[in-house]
Write a new protein. Structure first.
Lengths: 246, 443
C-alpha cells in the first residue's frame, strides 16, 4: 500500500467516470473503479496504470442491489478519501410514462441507489472525521420538464439529498460536492441533439470534479452558462413554463 | 446522413457517422464504403467514408507503457495532445509531431505525418513497431515490419484504405525538458532560404515560414526556425521542466466573412510577421514546445477565418535537384495572385517509409487559399509544375487534385493497390478520397 490518497469512482465505466478517474490519477490519487461488469473495467484500469503509474483497484458494484451496499463498503481494502458517484440512467421518458418498471429503474438508478451508497460512506467518513463525497446530479433536477421529468425528478431528489447531507456532514469534517454537468458528449448522449455552446466533453467534467474536491466547492455547474440558463428556467412562472415544449 | 467535412471545410459531403466503442461494434459499423476517421484534421476528403465514416476518438486508452524502453501500446483514437500532456511531464514525447497536436495516433499513421525533423529522423511511421488492423474482410491482424510487412508498409501512409487501425505499438523519445532551443535565421530571398535550410540539415528540427506575398527581389524571403531539445541546465531559474499545454485561449467563434483575408490584409500581415521575426533573428533562445511545434493550436477553430466556403491547403514536395527554379515559379505565381494566406511553410523532407507516404528527398511547400473564384484552375496549373518536376501532393491535405496528378506523383500506386485488394477483395473500405483518386470508376 502506498500512502497516497485514494478516490473511488462508482460508475467507473461511464465516460464521465473514466474522465474523473483520469483526473484524480493524474493528480496523484490511487483509484478504485466500481461497476457492474468488473472485466469491462480492466482496460480502463490498465490505461490509468500506464498513464499515471498509480494503483488501481476494481470493485463490483450494482446500484440497484442496495442489499449489497453494506458488504461493498466493508470489503474495500481501505476507506477511501474521496467517493464519487457517477451512476445514473437517462432512460427513455416516453417509455417511462407508461412502463412502471422502466420508470422505477430510472428513479432507483438516479436517486435511491446513489443516495443510499453515498449516505453510507458519509457515516463512515464522519466516524473518521474526514472525507469528500461527490454526487453527479443533473441540471435536469433543477426543474421538472415535460421531456424528461422522470429522470429529472430522481435527480432533483438526489440533489436534495446531497444538499441536506452537506449541511449535516460539514460539521463533522466531511465535504459534499454536487455536480451538475449540463450537456456532455458521452455514450449516454450519443445521437441526441445537443446545443454546441452549452456542451462540454467528458474530460472537462472530470477536471471540474477534481477541482471542486480540492477547492471544497459545494455545487458545481460545469459550464457557468448553465447556472444562468437554469436560473432563468427556475424563475419562469409555472403558467408560462407549462406551455414550453422542452 | 450527416454533412461532413475535413479541417479545410471543403468539400462538405454526406456520410453516415458512427462512433463505435468496442472492436465488435467497429465490425458491426463497417459497411461497403466505410473509412475510419480520427480527430478530423485531414484537410480534404481523406477522413470521410464514401457511405459511412467510423469515428475512432472513443478509443482513447493507453494499453501499456514501459518507461525503460519508451515503448507504448495504445488505441488508435488517442490524440497526440493527450500523449504529450500525459507522458511529457514523465520525460517522453512522440518522435514525430505534425503542425497540430490535435491528431489521433491512427490518423498520424494513416497519413504517415511528418514533422520539422523529417529530414533527419523520418516520419511518424518510422517509430511505429506494429499495428492492430481490422481489414476490409473483417480479419483483425497484427502487422509489423516482420509480420505481414506488405500490409504494414501499405497501412503506414495508406490513408486508412487498408482497413481500420485499432491499436498501435510505438516508441517515444526521452527528453530532459519540454522546451526547445530555437534559433531564428532571416533569409532575404529564396536562395538564402534554401541555403539556410540546407545548412539546417544538421539541426534536429528545421522549418521555414515563407512570405508568400513578397515578390521580385524579395521573392521567397523567409524566417528559418531551427530547434533542438533543451536540457535542464538551459532553463531559466524557476521554469517548469515541462510547460503546461494550455487549451486554446483564443477561438474563432463564427465564420468570418470571406473578405477578411484579402490582398491587403495578407500583405500587411506577412510584412509585419517577417519584420518582427527578423528582429529576433541571430541568437538562440529557449521556447516552450507548444508554440514551437504547434503555433496555430493556440487559436481554436482557426479554420473558420477563411469563411463559410472553407479553404484549400496545397502541399507539394519537389525533388531536390532542380527544386529552386520550380519553387520560384510557384511562389511568383502565388505572389502575383496575392490570396495565399499566412500559413506558408517551406521545409526539407527525407525519404518516406510507407508505400504511399508523401515525403521524398526534396523541399515541401505548403500554402493555404480560401475557396473562391478560379482557385481550382489556378491549383491545377501549379500541379502541372509539380508533376513536371517529379513531385507530388500530400493526400492528407488534398481535396481536389486530379487522378492524373496523383498517379504521376505516386509511382508505387500499383503495388499499393495490389496489397489493398488482397486485404479487401470486396472493396469494403472506401473514402471520398479513394473514390476520387483510387477506386475503379463504376461503369
Amino acid at each position: 500500500m502506498t500512502s497516497r490518497k485514494t478516490a473511488i469512482v462508482l460508475g467507473g465505466s461511464s465516460d464521465i467516470g473514466r474522465a474523473a478517474a483520469r483526473a484524480f490519477a493524474k493528480a496523484g490519487y490511487d483509484v478504485g473503479l466500481a461497476g457492474r461488469d468488473v472485466a469491462a473495467l480492466e482496460p480502463d484500469a490498465a490505461d490509468l496504470r500506464a498513464r499515471y503509474n498509480v494503483e488501481v483497484g476494481l470493485h463490483k458494484f450494482d446500484v440497484l442491489d442496495t442489499a449489497s451496499f453494506d458488504g461493498f463498503a466493508g470489503a474495500l481494502p481501505a476507506l477511501p478519501d474521496v467517493v464519487i458517484s457517477i451512476v445514473g440512467l437517462l432512460g427513455v421518458q416516453e417509455n417511462a410514462e407508461s412502463d412502471l418498471i422502466h420508470a422505477t429503474t430510472i428513479m432507483r438508478s438516479n436517486y435511491e441507489g446513489p443516495s443510499l451508497i453515498l449516505g453510507l460512506f458519509a457515516e463512515k467518513f464522519l466516524a473518521r472525521g474526514s472525507g469528500t463525497i461527490v454526487g453527479v446530479s443533473s441540471v435536469a433536477g433543477d426543474r421538472g420538464r415535460a421531456s424528461n421529468y422522470v429522470y429529472g425528478s430522481a435527480k432533483a431528489g438526489f440533489s436534495a439529498f446531497l444538499s441536506g447531507l452537506r449541511a449535516r456532514a460539514s460539521r463533522g469534517g466531511v465535504h459534499v460536492v454536487t455536480v451538475k454537468p449540463g450537456f456532455v458528449r458521452t455514450k449516454m448522449t450519443e445521437g441526441m441533439k445537443l446545443i454546441g455552446p452549452l456542451t462540454v466533453d467528458a474530460p472537462v467534467v472530470g477536471d471540474a470534479i477534481l477541482n471542486a474536491v480540492e477547492k471544497k466547492t459545494d455545487v458545481v455547474y460545469v459550464s457557468g452558462k448553465w447556472r444562468l440558463v437554469m436560473l432563468i428556467i427556475k424563475t419562469l412562472p409555472e403558467a408560462v413554463f407549462k406551455k414550453l415544449k422542452f | 446522413m450527416t454533412l461532413v467535412s475535413g479541417w479545410g471545410r471543403f468539400p462538405v459531403v454526406d456520410s453516415d457517422v458512427l462512433r463505435p466503442r468496442s472492436f465488435e461494434a467497429v465490425g458491426e459499423a463497417v459497411v461497403t464504403g466505410s473509412v475510419a476517421r480520427g480527430n478530423g484534421r485531414a484537410y480534404g476528403d481523406a477522413g470521410i467514408g464514401a457511405v459511412r465514416t467510423i469515428g475512432m476518438t472513443g478509443f482513447d486508452r493507453v494499453r501499456s507503457f514501459d518507461p525503460a524502453t519508451g515503448r507504448i501500446r495504445l488505441e488508435a483514437g488517442v490524440l497526440l495532445s493527450d500523449l504529450i500532456d500525459t507522458f511529457g511531464p514523465r520525460g517522453f514525447l512522440p518522435f514525430v509531431v505534425p503542425g497540430t497536436r490535435f491528431v489521433s495516433v491512427g490518423g498520424a499513421i494513416a497519413a504517415d505525418v511528418h514533422g520539422k525533423n523529417h529530414h533527419c529522423e523520418g516520419g511518424f511511421g518510422r517509430y511505429v513497431d506494429s499495428i492492430l488492423l481490422r481489414t476490409g474482410q473483417g480479419e483483425i491482424i497484427e502487422i509489423s515490419r516482420e509480420q505481414n510487412s506488405d500490409a504494414f508498409f501499405a497501412t503506414v501512409g495508406g490513408m486508412g484504405l487498408t482497413g481500420v487501425i485499432l491499436e498501435a505499438t510505438m516508441r517515444l523519445r526521452t527528453v530532459e525538458t519540454g522546451w526547445i532551443r530555437e534559433r531564428v535565421i532571416s533569409a532575404s530571398d529564396l536562395d538564402a532560404a534554401m541555403r539556410a535550410l540546407d545548412a539546417g540539415d544538421a539541426a534536429t528540427y528545421s522549418v521555414a515560414w515563407i512570405d508568400c506575398a513578397a515578390r521580385g527581389r524579395d521573392l521567397g524571403r523567409s524566417l528559418i526556425y531551427l530547434g533542438e531539445h533543451a536540457g535542464r541546465d538551459e532553463l531559466a531559474d524557476g521554469a517548469d521542466v515541462f510547460p503546461v499545454g494550455k487549451n486554446p485561449g483564443l477561438s474563432v467563434p463564427i465564420d468570418l466573412p470571406s473578405m477578411t483575408l484579402n490582398r491587403i490584409s495578407i500583405r500587411a500581415f506577412n510584412e509585419l510577421y517577417y519584420r518582427m521575426g527578423a528582429r529576433r533573428a541571430g541568437g538562440s533562445h529557449v521556447v516552450s514546445l507548444y508554440p514551437y511545434f504547434f503555433p496555430l493550436d493556440s487559436i481554436a477553430d482557426w479554420n473558420r477565418i477563411y469563411g463559410r466556403r472553407g479553404f484549400l491547403q496545397h502541399q507539394c514536395v519537389i525533388p531536390e535537384v532542380g527544386a529552386r527554379a520550380v519553387l520560384a515559379d510557384i511562389l511568383d505565381r502565388v505572389a502575383t495572385r496575392g490570396d495565399a494566406s499566412f500559413l506558408a511553410v517551406l521545409k526539407k523532407l527525407g525519404q518516406g517509409d510507407g508505400i504511399l507516404s508523401f515525403p521524398l528527398p526534396g523541399y515541401t511547400l505548403a500554402l493555404d487559399f480560401p475557396v473562391k473564384g478560379d482557385i481550382l484552375n489556378f491549383l491545377d496549373e501549379i500541379d502541372r509544375l509539380v508533376v513536371a518536376a517529379g513531385g507530388r501532393l500530400y493526400l492528407a491535405k488534398d481535396a481536389r487534385q486530379s487522378r492524373a496528378t496523383f498517379e504521376a506523383g505516386y509511382p508505387a500506386l500499383q503495388r499499393f493497390n495490389a496489397i489493398r485488394k488482397s486485404l479487401d477483395p470486396a472493396g469494403i473500405i472506401r473514402s471520398k478520397l479513394s473514390q476520387r483518386l483510387f477506386d475503379e470508376v463504376q461503369p
